[in-house]
Design a protein around this ligand. Structure first.
Ligand code: 5AD
Ligand code: SF4
Length: 423
């Protein structure tokens, strides 16, 4: 979502007559779009601000956007006086006017959370020079997992309007986009009325987008197990353009830890969802997120996480050491886990997840499948695209270009990517 937000901010500044540069030394304005999810991500902004100072002691106009801006607000300008603008993720439609304020030598800070207003104000998207695009449909979170800052930084769950989403998708496809990934912190909590006034969930929206000629692939991320409706599960079996890939974080395999995390699902209910999803779409790739070292996590709790990974069998997954976030309930829980224990657990978990990823990749060897070419590879003539299961596939791209959908036979499989031969 930060990529999407960054693109939208860039487009707004383009519309103001600014021109993007890849060299920070050439920039009059630098926008740092920041993440607060873990401490490491949040700290990065301060070292980045320091690095923007030029050899003559001057610095460009600096705007800090995103979740660190939301969480720390004016505190940022105390810690980093060279910052001119602080703008939260729900207020970035005001960035151009805030930069005008900064140009007059005044600081501009806006961490308001007006519900759903930025989407009504943002200019419509220009043509995207690429075959794949993100599209935010839902933002915010009401789940309040006890470790997580998102409900505080992104605010309450809101769904964008059906018509606005369909229009944005059509405009993307008109510009040449073939694959859209629908985004939301709780994307499967999306709900709204369709153009006939009927209540719809994410599955209804996906079925509507599936009708757009030229939109060949639909994905969505990230989902919460509790919002995995039967309708959405059925869509995986029925909507051909909905890719066979589901990112469904579980975080832990231990029920006491899941309860302490306020996840409101159990290990068993999570596995039961996966079973239904796999019944609907055999061979679907399942991905997840994990946190090791949540306060109070015993050896036995961690073994339960290893066990759920064995049972779920992931194609790919993300795993993190627990990072205490200021203001969240877990940050002040007793029994914080020592760093060495977290390190050791993360290593073991990642070894298992890597093995599953390699096995999943190896199982695609010999398959004939379609690849959407997204970028050039490192070797001359090489092109790289994604399989339906979100694996990177390298091909020798003679006569093809980025944006082509090609049929390939998978001829080799490594831990992180595959090679295909054009059919
Ligand atoms: N510490 C570590 N990982 C976290 N995540 C969210 N909050 C924290 C935290 N405080 C992870 C979760 C989530 C992913 C986006 O980031 O696994 O699904
Ligand atoms: Fe954070 Fe996701 Fe839990 Fe919401 S559901 S609080 S975004 S981890």
């Amino acid at each position: 979502m930060n990529v999407y937000d960054g693109e939208r901010m860039g487009e707004m500044l383009d519309a103001e007559g600014m021109v993007a540069t890849s060299n920070p030394d050439d920039a009059d304005v630098v926008v740092l779009n920041t993440c607060h999810i873990r401490e490491k991500a949040a700290e990065k902004v301060y070292s980045d601000i320091g690095r923007l100072r030029r050899s003559d002691g001057s610095s460009p106009t600096i705007a800090v956007a995103g979740c660190v801006a939301q969480a720390e607000g004016a505190e940022i300008t105390r810690r980093a006086p060279s910052v001119d603008v602080v703008v939260g993720p729900q207020a970035y439609h005001r960035l151009p006017s805030m930069l005008e304020t900064a140009a007059k030598g005044e600081r501009a800070i806006d961490t308001d959370m007006p519900p759903n207003s930025k989407f009504g104000v943002l200019p419509s998207r220009p043509k995207q020079p690429r075959p794949t695009a993100f599209l935010t449909v839902q933002e915010g979170c009401d789940k309040f997992c006890t470790y997580c800052v998102v409900p505080y930084t992104r605010g309450a769950e809101i769904s964008r309007k059906w018509g606005a989403i369909v229009d944005e998708a059509k405009a993307l496809v008109d510009g040449g986009v073939k694959e859209i990934t629908l985004l939301g912190q709780n994307v499967n909590a999306w709900m709204g009325e369709d153009d006939k006034g009927r209540e719809q969930g994410l599955d209804g929206l996906i079925r509507e987008l599936d009708k757009i000629a030229g939109l060949e692939r639909i994905r969505y991320t990230t989902s919460h197990p509790n919002d995995m409706t039967q309708g959405l599960i059925d869509a995986h079996g029925e909507v051909e353009s909905l890719m066979p890939y589901l990112h469904l974080p579980v975080q832990s395999g231990s029920n006491p830890i899941l309860q302490a995390m306020n996840r409101s699902h159990s290990a068993e209910s999570y596995l039961a969802i996966l079973e239904k999803v796999r019944d609907a779409r055999p061979g679907i790739a399942i991905s997840g997120d994990f946190i090791v070292g949540f306060p109070g996590e015993s050896d036995e709790d961690f073994e339960a996480t290893m066990a759920i990974v064995e049972a779920a069998n992931y194609s790919q997954a993300f795993s993190f050491k627990y990072s205490p976030r200021p203001g969240t309930p877990a940050a002040t829980m007793e029994q914080q886990i020592p760093r060495e224990v977290m390190d050791e657990r993360l290593q073991r978990l990642q070894a298992l997840l890597n093995r599953q990823q390699s096995d999943f990749n190896a199982a695609t060897l010999g398959k004939r499948t379609q690849i959407l070419l997204e970028r050039k590879g490192k070797k001359p003539g090489q092109l790289v695209g994604k399989s339906p299961w979100l694996q990177s596939v390298h091909i020798d791209g003679a006569n093809h270009e980025i944006g082509d959908m090609v049929t390939v036979d998978i001829i080799s499989a490594g831990p992180n990517s595959l090679s295909g031969a054009l059919v």
